[in-house]
Design a protein around this ligand. Structure first.
Ligand code: PLP
Length: 234
């Protein structure tokens, strides 16, 4: 059955109660976990529905769709919405995307980080970004290999315009959410390690991890942002 505004409301209520339970289990507070609704496959009607329900963080993987929807909703809605770029960002899209987004989750190479820093300098911006890490070593996925990130850390943190707010990862798809736990724990441990590398380096408070199939495990392992899509919109 295709999702309707009513089923989106039911699904959101279910996700919110599962967030609360996962927080209880791990002695965390639900206000420390931000829900970014991933709207990449949702028709516009359902994007409106989820905003009607009080969600104000929206994630898109394709820059073009993000920019179009950000413009459209800005014209049509009174809410202040925050847009998140969650998918691969090509360097030639950086200048357009930066001013439209709250957070870019998917900075996956030093080259891209350098391009963002340079353009931010030219345009007078100080973008918040996450570094995407390929913890699972999945050949088909983007992201820094953990070892590359260690090696390039001092160059990344020296980029003057970038606010490196934390790390992001995707777990390989699996029918068993528990399979994602080592991946999420690995991201948290890498964060702790990088945090320890320099005294005045970024504190890396943000861990963006967990999608529809595995967000409860991600919360238990320290996610501060979860990114459900299909679980909300079908
Ligand atoms: C599509 C996507 C999601 C949402 O995935 P679902 O399985 O539909 O919840 C989250 N994060 C990223 C980076 C995505 O590309």
């Amino acid at each position: 059955m295709p999702a309707s505004p009513k089923t989106v409301a039911e699904r959101l209520a279910d996700i919110r109660s599962r967030i609360e339970s996962a927080c209880e289990r791990s002695d965390r507070h639900p206000s420390d976990v931000r829900l970014v609704a991933v709207t990449k496959y949702a028709p516009l009607e359902l994007v409106h529905a989820v905003v009607d329900l009080g969600v104000c963080d929206l994630g898109e993987s394709r820059p073009q769709q993000l920019l179009e929807r950000a413009d459209l909703l800005h014209e049509q809605r009174p809410e202040a919405l925050s847009w998140h770029q969650i998918g691969h960002l090509q360097r030639n899209k950086v200048r357009k995307v930066l001013p439209a987004v709250t957070l870019t989750h998917s900075v996956d190479t030093l080259k891209l980080a350098e391009a963002i820093d340079r353009i931010a300098g030219e345009d007078g911006l100080t973008p918040r970004i996450l570094l995407e890490v390929n913890i699972a070593g999945d050949e088909a996925k983007d992201g820094f290999a953990p070892q590359t990130l260690r090696e390039q850390w001092s160059r990344l943190t020296a980029l003057p315009r970038l606010e490196i707010a934390g790390l992001m990862t995707m777990a390989p798809h699996s029918a068993d959410p528990e399979a994602a736990r080592p991946v999420f724990a690995g991201l948290r441990e890498l964060r702790d390690e990088l945090r320890g590398l320099s005294e005045d380096g970024p504190t890396l408070k943000t861990l963006s991890m967990g999608m529809s199939g595995d967000f409860e495990i991600a919360i238990e392992e320290g996610a501060t942002i979860i990114r459900p899509g299909s679980g909300l919109f079908g």
